[in-house]
Design a protein around this ligand. Structure first.
Ligand SMILES: Cc1ncc(COP(=O)(O)O)c(C=O)c1O
Length: 429
């Protein structure tokens, strides 16, 4: 197929008609722009609302109205074990055993809770290793933990510098940093997909390297969950945390996720405890001693926000139906199409920062704007970004100079990708 064909409406609609997952788009509410659905590429920030969410939220509101406190116990979907309603689907989504996952709190809160148990620095091994340029909340959390334990972030928070020209990391750079610091490392925290560049990592290999160095390893999967098939249990990670408002489409500030490997199910590591983490069989005996529930559930603090969990039921149901492997296959095609069109039609306008190898990325392409309309650098980037929004093409902007475009296989189609490329071409003039 020639590039000119790729750029045609006929090509895009043919591909969309052949897409076995095309009906999932109808399961979402897509915001309108001038009466027409937006081309929405911002699932890396906030995923769209599944139509099924409203019924689950209304079910909770109705139950509260008609049953009040009895709603904790009465079928269907009693609130007492409500978090367990998402357990199986969540375990499937991240490749874990059911007892290894729990939906609770928010991402940063879970990261702290995990570090309370899994970052146990000593004078000999005080250090945490992370990627330079990490999402600020991760940096704040890790730095504050180092300080909390009385160590010095200047020496004990080791930030691995990207060694590839687009600001991405070779596996060799990660390996070198881990082995060079092996004797001082208490913990390695690494992203599944880097938020700014969209680079995906081999988590099993990073876990292997960290463990060989004698360190504990945890992953931030904010940009990986619902984007890439994950095999968390097999990766050997000690813990992982993620949010559900991006690719999982569970709504703004949705209840987050947490994984604790089964080998820690009965750990006697210290933890910050709360009554919802207490052994379920005796929780309501209201005794002062804390006996943790085995597995990830044992890190829960409070009774869960039912209204916050309700949308997650609807969104996980879609992943269950579509299947993560099928979604990934479509995602590779869709992002590959975006890449091909950018390289063919916009080579002097957009530089793709995200790795070219599909095994090293998820659905997101991070784009640096080289220039256009007589502008260069950041000013060109902002100008294009603002122009795209006026055309109903929604990506997002990350300082200092990156536009992120993330075709989500559940609701984006080839026609959206074509619309983005044409809008960028129109901006160039
Ligand atoms: C990689 C990463 N880590 C942490 C966070 C912070 O998440 P939260 O506000 O849910 O704690 C985000 C938010 O987008 C993120 O992208």
């Amino acid at each position: 197929m020639k590039h000119s064909d790729l750029h045609s409406d006929a090509y895009a609609s043919e591909r969309d008609a052949a897409d076995p997952l095309r009906h999932f788009r109808d399961e979402f509410l897509i915001p309108l722009h001038e009466g027409k659905p937006q081309a929405y590429f911002c699932g890396n920030s906030l995923g769209l609302q599944p139509r099924g969410v409203r019924a689950h939220v209304e079910e909770v509101l109705d139950k509260w109205a008609s049953e009040a406190v009895e709603g904790h116990f009465r079928e269907p979907a009693p609130w007492m074990p409500y978090h367990a309603l998402v357990r199986e689907a969540l375990a499937d989504l991240v490749g874990a055993q059911p007892g290894e996952v729990v939906a609770m709190n928010s991402l940063t809160a879970n990261l702290h809770l995990m570090m309370v148990s899994f970052y146990r620095p000593t004078r000999e091994r005080p250090a945490i290793l992370m990627e330079a340029g990490a999402f600020p909340s991760d940096h704040h959390a890790l730095e504050s933990q180092v300080l909390f334990h009385g160590f010095d972030p200047a020496t004990d928070l080791i930030e691995v510098q990207p060694d590839e020209e687009d600001g991405t990391f070779s596996m060799q750079a990660i390996e070198r940093a881990i082995t060079e610091n092996a004797s001082r490392l208490a913990l390695v925290v690494w992203p599944g997909v880097q938020y700014r560049t969209g680079q995906a990592f081999d988590l099993a290999e990073i876990a292997r390297l960290a463990h060989a160095a004698g360190a504990v390893v945890g992953f931030d999967l904010a940009h990986a969950v619902g984007n890439l098939p994950l095999r968390l249990h097999d990766s050997g990670a000690d813990f992982a945390v993620w949010c559900h408002y991006k690719y999982v489409n569970a709504g703004p500030g949705a209840v987050a996720g947490c994984f604790v490997h089964e080998r820690h199910a009965h750990t006697d590591r210290p933890r910050f405890a709360g009554w919802w983490g207490h052994d379920q069989g005796t929780r309501f005996q209201m005794r002062p001693e804390f006996i943790p529930t085995p597995g990830a559930d044992g890190w829960q603090l409070s009774n869960p926000p039912i209204l916050g969990l309700a949308p997650l039921r609807a969104s996980l149901e879609l992943f269950g139906r579509a299947g993560m492997d099928a979604l990934r296959a479509k995602s590779e095609t869709l992002t590959g199409y975006l890449e091909q069109l950018i390289r063919a039609r916009l080579p002097s306008t957009l530089q793709i920062v995200t790795p070219r190898d599909p095994r090293r990325r998820g659905c997101q392409l991070s784009l640096r704007v080289l220039g256009g309309r007589g502008l260069t650098g950041r000013r060109a980037g902002r100008d294009l970004f603002d122009y795209l929004a006026t055309q109903g093409v929604i990506g997002d902007w990350r300082e200092p100079d990156v536009i992120r475009i993330s075709p989500a296989p559940l609701y984006n189609h080839h026609a959206d990708v074509l619309r983005f490329v044409r809008a960028a071409e129109a901006w160039c003039g």
